[in-house]
Design a protein around this ligand. Structure first.
Ligand SMILES: [Zn+2]
Length: 295
């Protein structure tokens, strides 16, 4: 009985320790994922692969040009046949077939070298984000840009890192709030979106490659807090004191910006701090709330 009681007393400490270990492990898993993505970016910079991809594109283009000539309006059947059977067309098709074989071999080699990493990136992170006119799967990990552009991959990896750092600084569990992080270079601003029930946050190129690291963090954290409001039931629940959706939107902006600023107060540059207060004041004026003095 006494032994049992002694063991019971150890329980809280043991579960706290387990929590610590879990946090540590989660951190290490994130680090490993970061590293894998970096390696992926570097490997695809491999000049051989890029040359092959380029050669393949060139060959395809050559064939397409000839095909376009064949399909031109008013062209005679005889001329069509001449182009189809021309040496240029035969050379072009042979080049496409050859570069395709070489590319497949190169991709197989990459798959052989790092199967877990490649499949991870391509399947687990396939994006559902449909930024404006773009189809789902264009942005994010495993998307069209991820597989075709090293510059995009670098931006995506950076965006993910910024979101993780921001969440860590605020003591938030990013995984429980956000399903998907996407880098959308041309987006007009960082954003929060829900698509097919998936919670998505994103950064644009200005936010990812800007010079002020604290500005990046606060932009990311702002969007993470939007995701938190969403998880809490959305603005209709959290800001139910306002009957107008527009005013609830203003209240949410004030809430998420001030939360983000509080969480990052120790790291914000003066510029980032002023930016944030000006942003919040804009919405405070709309709700006739007192403005915050600028430092
Ligand atoms: Zn916002």
């Amino acid at each position: 009985m006494a032994a049992l009681r002694a063991e019971m007393q150890l329980l809280p400490a043991a579960s706290a320790r387990a929590g610590q270990l879990r946090d540590q492990m989660r951190y290490l898993v994130n680090q490993a994922r970061d590293l894998r993505a970096e390696i992926d970016s570097l490997r695809s910079l491999c000049p051989n692969l890029r040359q092959l991809e380029q050669a393949h594109q060139d060959a395809l283009q050559q064939v397409r040009n000839l095909e376009n000539q064949m399909l031109a309006p008013g062209i005679s059947r005889a001329r069509q046949a001449a182009i189809r059977n021309s040496q240029d067309m035969r050379n072009g098709r042979a080049a496409v077939a050859q570069t395709q074989r070489q590319l497949r071999a190169a991709y197989n080699e990459i798959d052989r070298l790092a199967p877990a990493m490649y499949r991870d990136a391509a399947i687990r992170f396939r994006s559902t984000y449909t930024g404006g006119p773009y189809p789902a799967g264009r942005f994010g990990r495993g998307g069209e840009l991820w597989s075709s552009s090293a510059a995009y991959r670098s931006g995506q990896v950076r965006a993910e890192r910024i979101f993780r750092q921001a969440a860590r600084k605020a003591g938030l569990d990013l995984k429980s709030l956000v399903d998907e992080i996407v880098y959308v270079p041309g987006a007009s601003s960082p954003f929060f979106a829900v698509r097919n029930g998936r919670v998505i946050v994103g950064l644009n190129d200005l936010a990812v490659f800007g010079r002020d690291p604290s500005l990046k963090l606060i932009k990311a954290l702002h969007e993470i807090y939007h995701a938190q409001v969403h998880r809490m039931g959305g603005d209709a629940v959290v800001f139910s004191q306002y009957s107008s959706p527009l005013r609830r939107g203003y209240a949410e902006e004030i809430f998420v910006e001030s939360q983000a600023r509080q969480a990052l107060r120790d790291v914000l540059s003066l510029r980032a701090l002023r930016n944030s207060i000006e942003y919040e004041n804009y919405f405070r004026r709309k709700l006739n709330l007192p403005e915050i003095p600028l430092p």
